[in-house]
Design a protein around this ligand. Structure first.
Ligand code: PEP
Ligand code: MG
Length: 769
């Protein structure tokens, strides 16, 4: 610990070399065993914390029902202010700590904008403050602080010691030992709540809350015998590793896939000596095995909060999951994860954080929706939720505190809302909406075997976009013509370690086998920008969307690209192979990549391998510079695919990941449609097949416009196939082409609102949107 403060009289650092945590825990245990009432114990506790942390002040604030924080005990602040000083919800640094539920470490607290000065405490003489939340089962019970006169940046060890002390305090509060402190689990209000959320996977779900792996509440924190606790931890660890090994041997896990990869990385983590060592250290300091697991987990989570880096976020999330599993084993509750219990028919799983593997553990037929408090659209669990086709939302602040198992809930991923315990009117309205959607889905399913031909006889090719092995099943479900875009980076994104040659080969082989002879367009790794790989360090860039990404990375790091091409060629072995190059900006890039591809083909043959029956190389049209070099591009590629998501962001200079600007420009506006039409015309003139695989192909109005400017081949998410096919089958393409020409041609009269005009056309001509 760092002793920056002027020691209080009698507050000298203990002379022994015994670790501070151990000393504090020993003292706490003694105090808990001493006679006296709850208040006097708290007084002794703050006194000891101040002494042992070489702080002039130590205080305990308790959270009241209205969310305010009351000063409950202090060493160093003026005693008459105890029970008199209250901070409103979120007020001051103490309120901020409770609101964020994370440590606040301020060397210059007085000058912090959130600082709220209370003259009655006499705290004007203290500069620095460290505040940590007193948490129990995810609920904030209060705040524990230390303060020093001098500017002192509290060390990580200080934070850790205070957090662990807060853990013990939380336990003490929950026993009801301190008068005036209510039991933490106050009955929740029956009145519902509406929380805003971020869409992870589209859809609407009504059902009942199932808590994902209800947290084990650690009851015993302080242990008598460290050796016994260490032995318990070792045994639990062995059980954990054994359980993961057995899961890997399960029949459904034999096939290479996302689930298997995640479990393999869990196995690696579980064997990590550092993790075990940190938990053993905590046991040596006097904690029980359970408390040691929780302490190391809390520390990792606190570290994560400070990291913006997705690499660390994913690492810590895995560790969190493993810690929960370990905790359940220690508590004798192994196997009680919600996924293994009988699920209700309409389960909406609620988790604080969740990994891809855990979601895959659930019985899909009973799973309606998913709410993950901390997940972002780029997280692995979001990618898997999309592949499973369940409504899912993330970034839902406070949902864990508000929802109870069994609560009725509505997840509306499309509007980004979660309704907890909704009123009966709301349930009725949503049930109606859900029924309507289900009926529509039924209608779309009936179209499965009908050819995608427009009302006036124009045939269309509809393919699906995919990225995970499990997506391949959608090909049979939709009866689409093929996979028009296989985003290979998704498998890299859900994998914890870099998939090497053999693993990649197996994955691609499984995808091709699963597609049963239908074409699969594999897109070379498109990472960078918003797509990050947990194990690949990428530089922090000012403008990642126009930074070092996709093929730019492949050109600088040929090993990455060449391994992927090698794996794809091996997987194809005698079958046709379609390889799509993302983010091409110049034709010279294609030349360089073609050379690498050629070298791989030669190498494969020299080694006696079978090359693909035919290799088709295509370019994504998503960087505007290519639009002015189409003839030279056409000489170099076998097909083109328009990536309208990126093309629009570059065309309108509007970051697709920035909500403030992403929806600002309509991709049905005149310039957008003219650009898309020019691409299609150039491709036709040059005799190169062109498809469009951006999100717009999956929206019926947009898909209708695409048909009207000449696109005949489109690729979309599997869920969009039905609605788009229904639209095409009801459309008179020839008539729309005429109308669009009159709007878009030079000298034409484009309506002010193209989208509204297109919807008007659909309504007037019976097009099913
Ligand atoms: C696109 O940019 O339109 C596209 C299909 O690729 P992605 O969304 O993966 O960037
Ligand atoms: Mg793109």
């Amino acid at each position: 610990m760092q002793g920056g403060g002027t020691p209080r009289p009698g507050a000298a650092r203990p002379a022994t070399a015994e670790p501070a945590l151990r000393v504090i825990l020993r003292r706490l245990r003694e105090i808990m065993g001493e006679p006296g009432d709850g208040q006097s114990r708290l007084d002794r506790i703050v006194n000891q914390i101040a002494v042992l942390m070489v702080a002039e002040v130590s205080s305990i604030y308790v959270q009241r029902q209205d969310g305010s924080l009351e000063l409950f005990a202090t060493e160093g602040l003026r005693q008459p202010s105890v029970h008199q000083v209250h901070f409103k919800k979120g007020e001051g640094l103490v309120g901020r700590c409770a609101e964020l539920a994370e440590p606040v470490n301020e060397p210059d607290a007085q000058n912090h904008p959130a600082f709220s000065y209370r003259p009655e405490t006499g705290e004007e003489i203290y500069s620095s403050m460290l505040a940590v939340p007193i948490l129990r089962a995810g609920q904030v019970l209060g705040v524990l602080t230390v303060q020093n006169r001098t500017r002192r940046e509290y060390s990580d060890e200080d934070v850790e010691v205070l957090l662990t002390t807060a853990m013990v305090l939380a336990e003490h509060f929950s026993t009801g030992a301190v008068e005036g402190i209510a039991a933490p689990s106050e009955p929740r209000s029956a009145i519902g709540a509406v929380l805003s959320a971020q869409k992870l996977s589209e859809g609407l779900a009504l059902g009942h809350i199932v808590l994902h792996q209800p947290r084990v509440v650690v009851r015993e924190l302080l242990a008598e015998d460290p050796n016994e606790e260490a032995a318990r931890l070792d045994a639990a660890m062995a059980t954990l590793i054994g359980a993961i090994d057995r899961m890997l041997l399960r029949g459904d896990m034999a096939r290479a896939g996302e689930h298997r990869e995640v479990l393999e990385s869990y196995r690696m983590f579980a064997r990590d000596r550092g993790w075990l060592r940190r938990m053993k250290d905590a046991i040596l300091a006097g904690l029980t095995a359970e408390a040691a697991v929780e302490k190391v987990q809390n520390k990792a989570r606190a570290t994560m909060m400070r990291q913006g880096d997705p690499f660390w976020r994913e690492r810590v999330r895995d560790l969190d999951d493993l810690s929960d599993r370990l905790m359940r084993i220690l508590a004798g509750q192994a196997g009680t994860a919600a996924s293994l219990e009988a699920l209700p028919e309409d389960a909406i799983v609620l988790a604080r954080a969740m990994g891809a593997a855990e979601l895959l553990d659930y019985d899909r037929s009973r799973l309606r929706g998913l709410i993950v408090e901390e997940a972002s659209p780029q997280s692995h669990v979001a990618i898997v939720a999309k592949a499973l086709g369940i409504a899912a939302v993330g970034q839902v602040r406070g949902v864990m505190e508000r929802a109870e198992p069994g609560d009725e809930v509505v997840v509306d991923a499309d509007t980004g809302e979660v309704h907890i315990r909704p009123s009966s009117d709301l349930i009725l309205a949503y049930s109606e909406k859900a029924r309507f959607r289900a009926a529509r889905q039924e209608k779309y399913r009936a179209l499965r075997d009908k050819p995608a031909v427009s009302r006036d006889g124009v045939p269309f090719s509809i393919s699906i976009n995919a990225g995970l092995l499990m997506d391949v099943d959608h090909l049979a479900q939709t009866n689409a013509d093929g996979i028009g875009l296989f985003r290979t980076e998704l498998q890299f994104m859900v994998s914890e370690t870099f998939p090497r040659l053999d693993r990649q080969t197996k994955m691609y082989q499984a995808v091709m086998d699963g597609a049963g002879g239908k074409p699969v367009v594999f897109r070379a790794l498109d990472i960078g920008g918003d797509k990050t790989l947990p194990y690949l360090r990428q530089p922090n860039e000012e403008n990642p969307a126009i930074g070092w990404r996709a093929i730019r990375m492949a050109l600088d790091r040929p090993g990455l690209f060449r391994t992927q091409v090698r794996a794809l060629m091996r997987a194809a072995s005698g079958r046709p192979l379609h390889l799509l190059i993302p983010m091409v900006s110049t034709v010279e890039e294609i030349d360089r990549l073609q050379m690498m591809i050629e070298r791989e083909r030669t190498l494969l043959m020299e080694r006696g391998g079978t090359p693909p029956e035919r290799l088709y190389v295509g370019a994504m049209i998503e960087v505007p510079s290519l639009l002015h070099d189409m003839d030279r591009l056409a000489q170099r590629v076998d097909f083109m695919s328009v990536g309208s998501n990126d093309l629009m962001q570059y065309l309108f200079a509007a970051d697709r990941t920035n909500e403030k600007v992403a929806g600002r420009y309509d991709n049905l506006a005149v310039p957008a449609l003219r650009v898309l039409r020019d691409i299609r015309r150039a491709a036709d003139r040059l005799g190169v097949p062109v498809a469009l695989c951006g999100e717009m192909a999956g929206h019926p109005v947009e898909a209708m416009a695409l048909a009207g400017i000449g696109y005949r081949s489109i690729s979309m998410s599997a869920a969009a196939v039905g609605p788009v096919k229904a639209m095409l089958m009801s459309l008179d393409v020839g008539r729309l082409e005429g109308v669009l020409a009159s709007w878009l041609d030079e000298g034409g009269r484009a309506p002010g609102d193209m989208r509204a005009a297109l919807v008007g056309f659909a309504n007037d001509h019976g097009v099913s949107l």
